[in-house]
Design a protein around this ligand. Structure first.
Ligand code: PLP
Length: 273
């Protein structure tokens, strides 16, 4: 396995990042996870645009898209695999102990892990913790993911693969690493970005390709929804067959099955939609 750091490919064993890197000490960093199919990244332009929006939200210098593209291409070429997850990490870099940033520039790391296609259906739980729809980091893909780690561990305890959050006003928001959609009376709905969710790239493509509506939804919509599904870079469109103790027989339902089909077809045609 070869990764990208400091402008070139390295062996991960010999790659060195400062122990004072703010990505490590204060979680001052951003990231992207990009799917790569036979060495070709999917929707890379959208991921780079979101990386830049996240960088601006944190006050980090704009990432150099040419360098990130070069890094992704080099890492993919060095590590051939059928289905991979590129991880682009961009941190505040080496700085003083404490929250002030130092003079050093950011750190860019690009790594790649092998992955497999996710099952077509999965179980989810809801958690009592809330997403803040009005925080300084809302909507940014920062490396501060500890709350997601805790929620995901809770999901695994309940034999579920994802935990869903409401926001501070009791609306449905998102999962630890996915966006959520519900089907009501044959129509697809997903919470708006104002709910505090990450503007997921798979979410945006699904809205474009299926005509799903962005709607404020109470968290308990999950108790009555006809169908529920998740979207994310690594799940694509994935049907939900259990929410907490509620089983949804016949999953994937017809509307979700159609969304899955549309996503598979459209994403297979265009690797940079
Ligand atoms: N929400 C959160 C918190 C995420 O971390 C992710 C992806 O990692 C998503 C939603 C889904 O976004 P995308 O479709 O861009 O992978």
């Amino acid at each position: 396995m070869r990764i990208w750091l400091d402008g070139g490919l390295r062996d991960p064993e010999s790659a060195r990042v400062s122990v004072f890197d703010h990505g490590l000490t204060v979680g001052d960093g951003i990231f992207e996870t990009v799917k790569a199919v036979h060495g070709r990244p999917f929707a890379l332009t959208r991921h780079l645009d979101r990386l830049t929006r996240s960088a601006r939200g944190l006050g980090l210098p704009d990432p150099d898209h040419d360098e990130v593209r070069e890094a992704c291409a080099a890492v993919l070429e060095a590590n051939p695999m059928p289905l991979g997850r590129l991880r682009i990490t961009y941190t505040g870099g080496h700085g003083p102990l404490g929250s002030d940033r130092g003079e050093h520039g950011p750190t860019l790391v690009v790594a790649l892990g092998e992955t497999t296609r996710r099952p077509d259906t999965t179980a989810v739980i809801t958690v009592p913790w809330t997403r803040n729809e009005r925080g300084a980091l809302t909507g940014l893909k920062t490396t501060s993911y500890a709350e997601n780690v805790v929620a995901l561990a809770r999901a695994h305890e309940h034999r579920a693969s994802e935990a869903l959050f409401g926001n501070t006003v009791g609306q449905l928001c998102e999962g630890t690493g996915s966006n959520v959609f519900v089907v009501l009376d044959g129509e697809i709905h997903t919470p708006p970005v104002a709910s505090g969710c990450l503007p997921g790239i798979t979410r945006a493509l699904t809205v474009e390709w299926t005509g799903a509506k962005e709607t404020d939804l109470p968290l308990d919509v999950l108790r009555g929804a006809d169908e529920v599904f998740l979207t994310s870079t690594l799940r694509d469109v994935q049907a939900v067959h259990r929410v907490d103790d509620r089983e949804l027989p016949g999953t994937p339902g017809p509307v979700t099955a159609k969304a899955m089909r549309i996503f598979d077809e459209r994403s297979g045609q265009d690797l940079d939609p």
